[in-house]
Unconditional design. Structure first.
Length: 337
């Protein structure tokens, strides 16, 4: 283990990159040099790390030999263009989902299957799941091990920050315009975000399924090492800036006592269970800026004796991107490099 590691971060500077830098400081990660990287000159800006301003550089022409670990927290196109090049010189930790089905690239969620990190040397890359899959996997992993799951049905109520800063500014702008009796301008979202909800995150295929919904299916099966689980996801965009809440229905192989399920959740690392069946987390006070996955409204299905319902919440950026990436890097340097 080295005393310090040089880190590259590829993503929105005033979004996931800023948040990841905050987490690196908070968790006292042994950082040497920081290299924020962007695609275009228009994106060039500075970030703050440990009280110091650091200027971003362009990906084009960057010398990857300067870096030990590269966090790719960007779109599929950018990862597709640069991750293979970067992995020739440093270890890539990717959140885009492009490697989710690549058998040579381990898909890792801490406290679910972190032993997979040891396979990083097959490609010099590690994939981390989407925030939706990450919080869902943490919530169901222990129960799946103890009882076994037949089916997971999940409706994810996602904030606009799922698409980055442009989502946040869109919701803020639309809200301000409508409150001032002005019409909403057309945006990249399929519908108005302010005071509205709609069941679409990204483009839908001919079957009406989004790529990000398919990603949840593939990632959850892989993280739980069970390709037989039926996973049925629906993504909904809600007028919220940060966070992701999920209404989850689980079907187990046989009826399970609710106390057994509660004990399973209490023994799950990274999960906080509400103290009673009528309580649930507050998305503002409990979830935003928190690295834990919160579970509430745990109850048995009133019609299906093998059914369990629960409400699962997490901060999609702080937990889902930043903490997950940094925790994987921590395990990597502690055990493998």
């Amino acid at each position: 283990m080295k005393s310090e590691y040089n880190i590259a971060l590829i993503g929105e500077l005033k979004g996931c990159v800023d948040t990841t830098l905050e987490v690196l400081v908070k968790r006292e990660f042994p950082v040497g040099k920081i290299f924020p990287l962007v695609n275009t000159e228009e994106e060039l800006d500075n970030v703050m790390f440990s009280g110091k301003s650091i200027d971003a550089s362009l990906l084009e022409g960057f010398d990857w030999q300067q870096v030990d670990i590269a966090f790719f927290m960007t779109d599929i196109e950018t990862t597709q263009k640069w991750a293979d090049i970067a992995s020739e010189y440093c270890i890539v930790i990717d959140n885009s989902g492009i490697f989710a089905e690549d058998a040579q690239v381990p898909l890792v969620q801490i406290d679910v299957n972190e032993e997979e990190i040891g396979r990083y040397s097959e490609s010099n890359k590690i994939s981390i799941p989407s925030n939706e899959t990450a919080q869902l996997a943490l919530a169901v992993k222990q129960l799946h091990q103890e009882v076994g799951l037949v089916r997971v049905t999940v409706a994810s109520y996602h904030s606009v920050s799922a698409v980055g800063k442009k989502g946040v500014t869109t919701l803020a702008g639309e809200t301000a315009r409508l409150l001032n009796a002005k019409s909403v301008e057309e945006s990249f979202f399929p519908q108005q975000t302010a005071f509205n909800i709609f069941p679409q995150m990204g483009d839908l295929n001919e079957q009406g399924v989004a790529l990000s919904e398919l990603r949840i299916i593939n990632e959850l099966r892989r993280l739980l090492n069970d390709p037989s689980i039926i996973v049925s996801p629906t993504q909904v965009v809600v007028p919220m800036f940060y966070g992701c809440a999920q209404a989850v229905h689980l079907q187990t192989h046989y009826p399970v006592d609710l106390e057994e399920v509660a004990q399973s959740l209490h023994h799950s690392e990274g999960v906080v269970l509400s103290s009673s069946v009528v309580e649930y987390p507050n998305m503002i006070n409990d979830v935003t800026g928190n690295e834990m996955v919160h579970v509430g409204r745990l109850r048995q299905d009133v019609c299906d004796p093998s059914g369990i319902n629960l409400w699962v919440c997490a901060d999609n950026v702080f937990f889902g991107v930043a903490c997950n990436a940094v925790q994987v890097a921590e395990r990597l340097i502690q055990t493998y490099i």
